[in-house]
Ligand binder design. Structure first.
Ligand SMILES: NC(=O)c1ccc[n+]([C@@H]2O[C@H](COP(=O)([O-])OP(=O)(O)OC[C@H]3O[C@@H](n4cnc5c(N)ncnc54)[C@H](OP(=O)(O)O)[C@@H]3O)[C@@H](O)[C@H]2O)c1
Length: 304
């Protein structure tokens, strides 16, 4: 009988964790953890607490650790930089040190936010220069992983599509909430560009790469790029609401006039990426983000 690999996942209660758990639960023995235990299948684990993580990791004795845990609210990170570094940098370092002790591979989820946005589209070998505390702390985590370990996979996704109505803290759910609130005009920025990345496609890429490709860092985004405005338009088209609700382009500066949230963390003009290493290695899994967005919208009941 084939023994399935044992995978310990940190931060598995979030957007990406929803897909990673569902994708891997029948392909591996998954031990899912988070500091926010929002599912019956989650164990409590705070990655900043080295002693308890060490005790847990030694007891579980995994074959891989997927490190998803992070503080992902950019404004929170900007205002609480010690907390951001404690979780995103030190928490990652803790996991890397334990992977080193167990001599197992670590899977680290980095971000497009490590780039400064001066280029239109980023390839895997472009040099990071993060602007925000979130980006800097994630890049610090990435650097720790690379300096402590030789057995690692770093994945750099773009704007995440995933989590569903309960776990999606990002743009898509924010747009859907405005629609649910009855807004007839949505003001959306068209001066921020990115590469949407569907969590289920990312989970498939992770599986393919860790079992068939050499260690290293890989961009891992869906095909195609676009602005926040393009994504909002696509959500309305998929839901058949494009005749009833208007989307108006605004600049990031103007946005403050129309919404109560203040997105003050510095965001690069472009976080668009292409996966040249995946392409070279022959991993052609990612689909176009519009196809993924359609699948995502149909997967959940959004109440709109
Ligand atoms: N969302 C995106 O657009 C995006 C894009 C590129 C890369 N990423 C990266 O992808 C990974 C997964 O993020 P996500 O999108 O799934 O975000 P998420 O929904 O915020 O998930 C992250 C999870 O980690 C948890 N966490 C925070 N601090 C922790 C700690 N000290 N110990 C254990 N768990 C902790 C969070 O709990 P709380 O909710 O209580 O904080 C949350 O459940 C992260 O590394 C993130 O940086 C995300």
């Amino acid at each position: 009988m084939q023994v399935l690999p044992k995978i310990l996942v940190t931060g598995c209660g979030g957007m990406l964790g929803e897909a990673v758990y569902n994708h891997f639960k029948n392909r591996a023995r998954v031990i899912a953890t988070d500091k926010n235990v929002n599912e019956p299948w989650l164990h409590n684990l705070d990655v900043t607490d080295y002693a308890s993580v060490r005790e847990f990791v030694y007891r579980v004795n995994p074959d891989y650790i997927f490190h998803l845990a992070a503080l992902t609210d950019m404004e929170y990170c900007e205002k609480n930089h010690l907390d951001a570094y404690k979780t995103n940098a030190i928490g990652s370092e803790n996991i890397a040190l334990l992977c080193k002790k167990l001599d197992i591979p670590m899977i680290y989820i980095s971000t497009a936010g490590v780039f400064d946005g001066k280029k239109e589209v980023y390839e895997d070998y472009d040099v990071p220069n993060p602007l925000s505390i979130y980006g800097k702390s994630k890049y610090a985590g990435e650097c720790s992983v690379k300096s402590i370990l030789s057995k690692y996979f770093v994945f750099r996704p773009g704007w995440m599509i995933g989590g569903g109505p309960d776990k999606d803290k990002k743009f898509i759910n924010k747009i859907i909430k405005q629609i649910r609130d009855g807004k007839k005009v949505l003001h959306v920025v068209d001066d921020k560009m990115g590469s949407p990345t569907y969590t289920y496609d990312l989970a498939r890429i992770i599986e393919k790469v860790i079992f068939t490709c050499p260690y290293g860092a890989y961009n891992a985004v869906c095909e195609g790029g676009g602005s926040r405005y393009d994504i909002a338009k696509e959500i309305l088209r998929i839901k058949g609401l494009d005749k009833k609700i208007k989307v108006k382009k605004v600049s990031s500066q103007e946005l403050k006039k129309y919404i109560k949230e203040d997105y003050f963390a510095p965001r690069p003009y472009s976080e668009q990426m292409v996966n040249i290493k995946l392409q070279i290695r022959g991993v052609d899994i990612p689909r176009h983000w519009k196809i993924c967005l359609q699948e995502y919208m149909e997967k959940f009941d959004w109440g709109i």
